[in-house]
Design a binder for this molecule. Structure first.
Ligand code: ZN
Ligand code: ZN
Length: 278
């Protein structure tokens, strides 16, 4: 898995998830940083319509339409249904790129909808949006990347490798295993703290953390560090990545992240002045 994140609250946020070539949000500068790799993007999932999350979309579409790169690849942009800022922006981009030379689709989506990415035998991977609390009048979504995997049924868990191999030969692999859903990546988008249930047992939770100090938050549109940590605990996440950090904390982020070694999950953060990769 490769994750590439740029995020500075108010300025620009985008997250590139390499296994499926998904861009979550498309803030300013994404094409500048990704260069030719913007041709590889298959899907863009927008969380909401604020300019720091959508302004880079015009450049991506325009570059893919006009430069010498591969113009054959289709691009699908998913966005929260009914988000008027996003809809206006998409219409504008279409208008100024009248002679589009690649297949571009805009697809409105709602919480709980499954967007399939890949199916291979019993394995499947899809994206499922969930509702978050950010702006009062427009829809905002967070996203889960979910995998359908198979595991040994509970009643066989205490058997030895040899016994399992024998049962598998006798009964067949399918009857001793069961399929289950696993969240592998959860992206909060801009929001007040998410419902821990939406990130339950996820491998990686990317949660916005605009405020490292609770007292700096004036309105309930963004999350603060203490709140994000308690969500990660309750959701039993494996890794927590803090992003969308306000640039007011530049150079002193570490100071706020002391004493986190006691947590049962690993904590990382996206420095507002650097590209983060994992
Ligand atoms: Zn933002
Ligand atoms: Zn926002």
């Amino acid at each position: 898995m490769i994750l590439e994140v740029y995020s500075k609250a108010l300025y620009s946020t985008w997250i590139y998830y390499a296994p499926e070539r998904i861009l979550f949000d498309a803030g300013e500068g994404v094409s500048l940083t990704m260069g030719n790799r913007i041709y590889a993007i298959k899907y863009i999932f927008l969380t909401h319509g604020h300019v720091d999350h959508i302004s880079g979309l015009w450049t991506i579409i325009n570059s893919r339409n006009n430069s010498m790169g591969d113009r054959e690849k289709p691009l699908i942009v998913y966005y929260p249904k009914g988000n008027t800022a996003v809809e206006e922006w998409l219409q504008f981009i279409l208008k100024v790129n009248g002679d589009l030379r690649f297949e571009l689709s805009f697809v409105p989506i709602t919480a709980g909808q499954k967007i399939f990415l890949r199916q291979a035998g019993s394995f499947a991977r899809y994206v499922v949006p969930f509702k978050v609390r950010h702006t009062q009048y427009d829809q905002s979504l967070g996203y889960n990347v979910i995998e359908v995997r198979r595991r040994l049924k509970e009643e066989y868990k205490n058997l030895s490798q040899a016994q399992i191999a024998r049962l598998s030969r006798e009964l067949g692999q399918d009857s001793i295993t069961e399929s289950y859903e696993k969240k592998v990546l959860t992206i909060s988008g801009d929001t007040y703290g998410i419902d821990p249930e939406d990130a339950f047992e996820t491998e990686i939770l990317l949660h916005e953390c605009t405020f490292l100090k609770k007292e700096d938050r004036k309105m309930n549109a963004h999350a603060s560090l203490d709140e994000v940590l308690s969500i990660a605990r309750e959701a039993k996440v494996k890794k927590l990545i803090l992003y969308h950090i306000s640039s007011r904390y530049s150079g002193k982020i570490e100071k706020y992240l002391k004493n986190l070694s006691e947590e049962s999950f690993e904590v990382y953060y996206v420095d507002p002045n650097e590209l983060f990769t994992m």
